[in-house]
Design a protein around this ligand. Structure first.
Ligand code: ATP
Ligand code: MG
Length: 605
């Protein structure tokens, strides 16, 4: 390819909305163009990268025995109603785009494909002899994200590789899940991405074991907590840890005391010589469901702890399973309650806050479901709000409150917490970009959609399922997030839009053009993805663009062309090798061959 023919439009300045380096560089290099919020055009350079990423994914998926297919993006609501997900995905904070066709039928644009693929499996798979089966696709997904941002990182239309496997028993599902884990590690390594495999929350999809692959990057939206010994790593959404021990507090009698204006834990502790671990704080939420009123929830935590909304939502989902999926968990803050005539003693709430306070608030029914985090539940004596302004209370223990409470783990593990597997190690925090996620779904979807097979003993049983996703477009941008410098992107050879750029220093010099053309022809003949920059631009402009685009190898045909010499340089290193042009291919080809299998160019040219 010649740079002239590439519709290359590079920008000097990053666009205002690009907050992170990878987004800035991809736009500046002309790889992507924003069409609307969360909707991007993949321009020719980006498309070349994406095709290479897809090729790597295909190779590794095919090697596991998975079969590629293509499922429709338009999906009937009926299927999603059968799995019970239509409401979760379209109402409340649901992210499915939905529409009604000319015949009045409801449809959704697929954010994921469990329903479609499970209904196909239900039709096609009858016998254990047909199992296991694994199906995958590389396809556009649609999600009406609440906060689309960071370019391709969180798009509303993006490319995903999704795979679904079907098994006769759980053991076989586990075996294949292990194969996918290995395949994913190879895919990311071949794309030149440094990832951490971490335990993950199973979210609205539900099911059993699940693992995310996090590309390590400061711009990552996820927080990973891991132990120094490499034995534990989890997304903070689900991470567990040992909380710091609490300072004992001896309370002999239930006793109120004045805390004027002391509305925070810090203020109460400072004024009364308490440690935050000796206090209990209270949070109010409403859990919303597809049908019926909202459930008021009161959560008590130890004063030094933070609530983990994902754990709390999952706990409520389990406790209130008969009400269906929790669509949303919203804070019941004082302003909302005040609108309904409720005057909460904010800053002075205690776990025994009366149910009366929420009577009459629209959409809320019944009393509080009272959850107490284990850290708080374990306290013998503690201090909490007295449910009247400017007063707190010393409580000799939970029985003194006479409440019906459900104990659960709803706190967020924090960096610095001790690990459960070894209290001598502590958790450290790393930011990550979720580039892949593998789940053992179990039989949730096969049961809902009647995807059964006849087992060896002749019984009809729901199939065991796994699902496995990779954010293809997000992955490509994550590679840039991990590999760039002040001058632009640094693509690994394996997925670079071009492997080599030949820059003609002076396009008016016949000798330079002639030698560049010759090398261009030879490299192409040798199967190298090469870009010839023969534009009539100043050498400086071409060098700048070559750096910006991040092509891993650069051959400069300049003044030394007169004596048959060229300069060879990698994008990531400063060193330049001056060599006889005849030596270029023997030097470069073996290196490229190695690097195509993954990783960045090795040090030194
Ligand atoms: P996230 O937590 O980032 O919203 P998710 O857990 O909802 O992602 P999955 O349903 O697990 O995503 O989808 C599989 C993969 O698709 C993710 O691991 C991620 O790499 C990618 N992905 C998900 N949402 C987006 C998006 N809005 N834009 C780009 N890629 C995405
Ligand atoms: Mg996920």
């Amino acid at each position: 390819m010649r740079a002239q023919d590439l519709l290359l439009v590079t920008l000097r300045e990053p666009p205002a909305e690009a907050e992170i380096p990878s987004h800035q560089w991809l736009v500046r290099g002309g790889f992507i163009r924003r069409v609307a919020s969360g909707i991007y055009a993949y321009m020719p350079l980006m498309w070349r990268v994406l095709r290479k990423v897809e090729a790597i994914i295909r190779e590794e998926m095919d090697a596991t025995g998975a079969l590629e297919l293509r499922l429709p993006a338009l999906q009937p609501a009926e299927l999603w109603r059968r799995s019970g997900r239509w409401d979760t995905y379209t109402a409340g904070e649901g992210i499915m785009f939905s529409l009604t066709d000319r015949q009045g039928r409801e449809l959704g644009l697929g954010p994921t494909h469990e329903e479609v693929v499970t209904s196909l499996a239900a039709d096609l798979i009858r016998s254990y002899r047909q199992l296991p089966v694994s199906l995958y696709q590389l396809q556009t997904k649609f999600r009406d994200e609440i906060r689309p941002r960071f370019g391709l990182m969180r798009g509303r239309e993006f490319i995903m590789k999704d795979a679904y496997s079907f098994h006769a028993d759980e053991e076989d599902l586990r075996r294949y899940y292990g194969c996918m884990d290995q395949a994913y590690r190879r895919i990311f390594a071949r794309c030149g991405l440094k990832v951490l495999a971490v335990q993950a929350d199973s979210g609205a999809i539900g099911g059993g074991a699940s693992q995310e692959f996090m590309a390590v990057a400061d711009a990552g939206e996820d927080l990973v907590l891991s132990s120094g010994d490499g034995r534990y790593a989890a997304n903070q959404e689900r991470a567990q840890s040992l909380p710091p021990p609490s300072a004992p507090l001896k309370v002999t009698a239930d006793q109120c005391f004045a805390t004027p204006g002391q509305t925070t834990i810090e203020a109460v502790c400072a004024a009364h010589h308490l440690d935050p671990t000796q206090t209990v704080k209270v949070l109010l939420h409403r859990a919303c469901f597809a049908d019926g009123p909202d459930q008021p929830v009161l959560t008590a935590l130890r004063g030094d702890q933070e609530v983990n909304p994902v754990k709390l939502t999952n706990t409520l989902g389990r406790l209130l399973a008969e009400r269906g999926t929790v669509l949303a968990l919203e804070r019941l803050d004082a302003d909302i309650l005040q609108d309904h005539g409720v005057r909460l003693p904010v800053g002075f709430l205690g776990p025994d806050l009366s149910d009366d306070v929420i009577q009459g608030v629209p959409d809320l029914v019944g009393g509080f479901l009272r959850i107490v985090d284990s850290t708080a539940a374990d306290l013998a004596g503690f201090v909490c709000g007295a449910n009247v302004p400017d007063r707190h209370r010393r409580v000799p223990g939970w029985p003194a409150l006479g409440l019906s409470l459900t104990r659960a783990d709803v706190r967020s593990a924090q960096p610095g917490d001790r690990c459960c597997h070894d209290p001598k190690t502590v958790l450290t925090a790393t930011r990550g970009i979720e580039v892949g996620h593998i789940f053992q779904l179990g039989r949730k979807y096969s049961s809902a959609l009647a995807a059964c097979f006849n087992s060896e003993s002749g019984d009809a049983e729901p199939m065991w399922m796994g699902c496995y996703g990779i954010g293809v477009s997000r992955l490509a941008q994550a590679v840039v997030e991990q590999n760039h410098d002040d001058n632009g992107m640094i693509w690994p050879v394996s997925i670079a839009p071009f492997e080599v750029v030949i820059t003609v220093a002076n396009g008016e010099e016949q000798e330079q053009c002639g030698l560049a053309e010759k090398l261009y022809g030879e490299l192409r003949a040798a199967g190298v993805d090469v870009l010839l920059d023969d534009r009539m631009e100043r050498a400086g402009v071409k060098f700048k663009d070559a750096d910006l685009l991040g092509i891993p190898w650069r051959v400069v045909v300049g003044r030394n062309a007169a004596r048959g010499h060229v300069e060879l340089k990698t994008r990531s290193e400063k060193d330049v090798l001056d060599m006889d042009a005849s030596q270029l291919l023997p030097h470069l080809i073996p290196r490229l061959q190695r690097q195509r299998r993954g990783g960045l160019p090795e040090a030194g040219v």
